[in-house]
Design a protein. Sequence first.
Length: 226
Amino acid sequence: MTHFGKHLVKQPQNNCHNCHNMNQIKNLAFDLGGVVLALSYENAIARFEEIGLKDARKHLDAFCQHGIFGDLEIGRISTEEFRVELGKIIGHEVTADECYYAWHGYVENVPQRNLDALLDLRAKGYKVCLLSNTNPYMMQWARTPDFDGGNHPIDYYFDHLYLSYECRLMKPSPAIFEMMLQGQQATPDETLFIDDSPHNCETAQSLGIHTLCPHNNEDWVPMLKL
């Protein structure tokens, strides 16, 4: 199911029609995993199991984390506190490098088409921001030139990053969308939110924000019809 506009619209995969006038859109907010970068939930499960978390599937989620994983992503605990608590769950101490290795399993690749599209949108005058449930381990990588293969960090592609652990809020909380709108100095009606989570898109729609909900790792560039 692909969602576009202010209402849920059933459409075939890779076939999305404009349900609003893009001329009124001035602000675009993108999710990270599954939208900007290709997400691999199964690889993340495998890596956490590799470092000793045998029931990793019970602890991890593709969209919104819970337990100590959620505490890390909402900024309630530090990376060091997460490392210690994860060690308690596993039954032996884990290193910071092992935590980084496991979290980084979520990253399958960063499609160049997505990066090119972000830069093109900014060049056309759109406000372009990131609105992501994420954590310091992911940003430890993303905020270096390794993000795009050695040239630029993720900040290069956006006007601003709204990160759950820095905002102390997580999608689908309405408050993080309101924080984004205020920070972008944009109204809901002139904002398009792109996320692969239907729940996140439903919250955005309830606030009057236009949404595009591609499938995980689907090419959303043609859907914008720009």
